[in-house]
Write a protein that binds this ligand. Structure first.
Ligand SMILES: NC(=O)C1=CN([C@@H]2O[C@H](COP(=O)(O)OP(=O)(O)OC[C@H]3O[C@@H](n4cnc5c(N)ncnc54)[C@H](OP(=O)(O)O)[C@@H]3O)[C@@H](O)[C@H]2O)C=CC1
Ligand SMILES: CC(C)(CO)C(=O)C(=O)O
Length: 326
């Protein structure tokens, strides 16, 4: 396994592609617009805490140009997946796994829930992803790697450590999972396999629910939210609501506010949802927030803070861009 395509190589995918390419992996990227033009012209540039480097990678906005791969890693936003699904098929051989590296409740998590789920149609309208790509080739991936596209073709990583935890939807530590993680680890030492991807997803939601809501509403990064006792308390209350929803869906976990404050430090990283808001792009409201609210409601869990803040943020997103937010 050596030929890998990163589909949607923006902030996170650009970081992954640059590190894999530097390690000698045969990487190509699917990107578009000015970002694609700059990658083709000048290469993909990665700025990190320990310096910067540029790699040359094959790049196209037409997956068919790149052909079948040993591995596809999707780093599209959740709402970018259904429109891209049919073109992604050109990258697939009969057994090519697809790693869905994405925040929030992933489409396959709901499709995999016994008895169906309340909001599967939010994340995979019309079953496009299940039909075009399918659960059989799906691997989940939880990203902890703060990145921004700071100029076309240029990605900045905003932390010292990145991790990419990959798992089979059903929890098996399968040979293909081991192969995928071994390939990723060649350039991304923070890649790891898990036998419980659901726990990882909820663990990340404990950060995304409060940080996406509060940062987007206030335009402040988490470090600034933690510095203010009032917003720090709101952050903790939102995280505890997410904990209560996780618990009712079989994942018991506690939120460690002090640990999170210490881990965030003074990092000024703007969460990806705030980046999208400021750039006028659609927000990942369904996967990161509405799906959690749906799961809370279906399990009878009260989430008053989430409900108020999500209504405000959804109003703002809709007022700014009605077509993108229904
Ligand atoms: N950025 C971060 O720090 C973190 C992000 N995440 C999560 O990672 C996932 C990816 O986020 P992020 O990297 O920020 O997203 P980006 O928007 O930076 O990257 C996605 C890229 O895919 C491109 N794209 C979308 N559709 C297509 C298509 N059909 N063909 C070609 N290119 C396409 C987008 O182009 P265009 O801009 O033109 O739409 C964009 O460049 C999200 O789920 C996010 O929540 C998780 C942890 C940290
Ligand atoms: C890094 C982090 C946790 C910031 O909230 C994130 O997931 C994002 O930017 O989307």
């Amino acid at each position: 396994m050596n030929k890998v395509c990163i589909f949607g190589a923006g902030a996170v995918g650009g970081y992954m592609a640059a590190h894999l390419a530097r390690a000698g992996v045969d990487v190509s990227v699917v990107a578009r617009g000015e970002h694609l033009a700059a990658i083709r012209r000048d290469g993909l540039r990665l700025i990190g805490h320990d310096g910067e480097f540029t790699v040359r990678v094959a790049a196209s906005d037409r997956p068919a140009d790149l052909g079948p791969q040993d591995l596809v890693i999707s780093t599209l936003k959740a709402h970018g997946l259904p429109p891209a699904a049919s073109s992604m098929r050109a990258l697939l051989g009969p057994d090519t796994p697809v790693v869905f590296a994405v925040n929030g409740i992933p489409w396959w998590y709901l499709a995999n829930l016994r008895g169906g789920a309340p909001s599967a149609s939010r994340l995979d309208p019309d079953g496009t992803l299940a039909r075009e790509l399918g659960l059989a080739r799906t691997l989940g991936c939880v990203i902890r790697s703060p990145n921004e596209v700071v100029a076309p073709g240029v990605v900045r990583n905003n932390s010292r450590a990145s991790s990419f935890v990959v798992g089979e939807p059903g929890g098996a530590l399968s040979p293909r999972l081991e192969q995928v993680v071994a390939l990723m680890r060649r350039g991304l030492p923070g890649a790891a396999a898990t036998g419980d991807i659901g726990r990882e997803i909820w663990g990340k939601l404990l950060l995304n629910v409060p940080s996406s809501l509060l940062s987007s509403l206030t335009h402040s990064p988490s470090s600034a939210l933690f510095a203010d006792p009032a917003t720090r308390e709101l952050y903790a209350r939102l995280a505890r609501e997410a904990c209560a929803v996780a618990a009712r869906h079989g994942v018991a976990m506690a939120f460690d506010l002090e640990g999170q404050v210490a881990a965030t430090g003074s990092n000024p990283h703007p969460p990806s949802m705030l980046q999208d808001l400021l750039a006028g792009r659609p927000l990942e409201l369904d996967a990161q927030l509405f799906a959690v609210q749906d799961l809370a409601r279906s399990a009878g869990v009260d989430t008053p803070m989430l409900d108020v803040m999500l209504a405000l943020l959804a109003h703002r997103a809709h007022a700014r861009s009605p077509a993108a937010h229904g």
